[in-house]
Write a protein that binds this ligand. Sequence first.
Ligand SMILES: [Zn+2]
Length: 278
Amino acid sequence: MKKRHIVCLTFDFDGISGFIARGQVSPSWISRGEFGPRVGMPRVIELLRRYGIRSTWFVPGHTIESFPRQCEQVVAAGHEIAHHGWTHRSPASLTRAQEEAELARANESIKWLTGRHARGYRSPAWDLSPHSVDLLLKQGFAYDSSLMGDDYTPYYARTGDVIELDRKARFGRETPLVEMPIHWATDDAPHFEFVRTETVTRQGLMNARLVGENWIDDLDYMCRTTQWGVLTYTCHPYVIGRGARMMMLENVIKAGIRNKVVFMTMEDAAAEFKSKKA
Ligand SMILES: [Zn+2]
């Protein structure tokens, strides 16, 4: 079999919604998020245009309704728009009814923006609730991208796991929902975001060249060790959109080109996985 490797560049276009969900609503916190739609997004779109890459943008309904013109630019540039909640609250913090309502509300925002409902979902804060997989299937989603059970191989998400402290794990059944796995190591935010609150200081602010080396090694390793694989990178326009990090992202793209990978939207990569399994 001929080797084939796919890279999904994905962008969680949180705008200011992530800060609001954590109660960080002072002008300074808001300005940090605002950098995404104002500066980061146009830079990323231009970079992807230069390399002819289509990517996937997970956009909260809050961002669509607060920054509609900027979201329209992403659509006009040919990128996939996928679901990332309406508010940026973790589904694990919501009741089933609240989670269902959030899914439907943000899907209407996406339909307004693109003319159709989302095919893919990524949880804000990357935490699913026990109901998420069922609700995603009920609302017609083809894939999720919030779990970490693999690195280069998509898989089918389970529902109905029973996990208790003092009993053996009882795993539920596999569903038709394709899981496109992610990991914190290939997410820009944990490496770069400096956060200081009353209770927490997270240093972040890593050297972008060093992070880029790790990201490229993850890609090289996929190409060396697998026949077919998908590697997903997650970036946030307000994080990646600064000089050194934009250069890092471009270096990752160049490494992909050297390795002859195919850059794809997540929707297309999930479909390719499904057709291989069929
Ligand atoms: Zn997010």
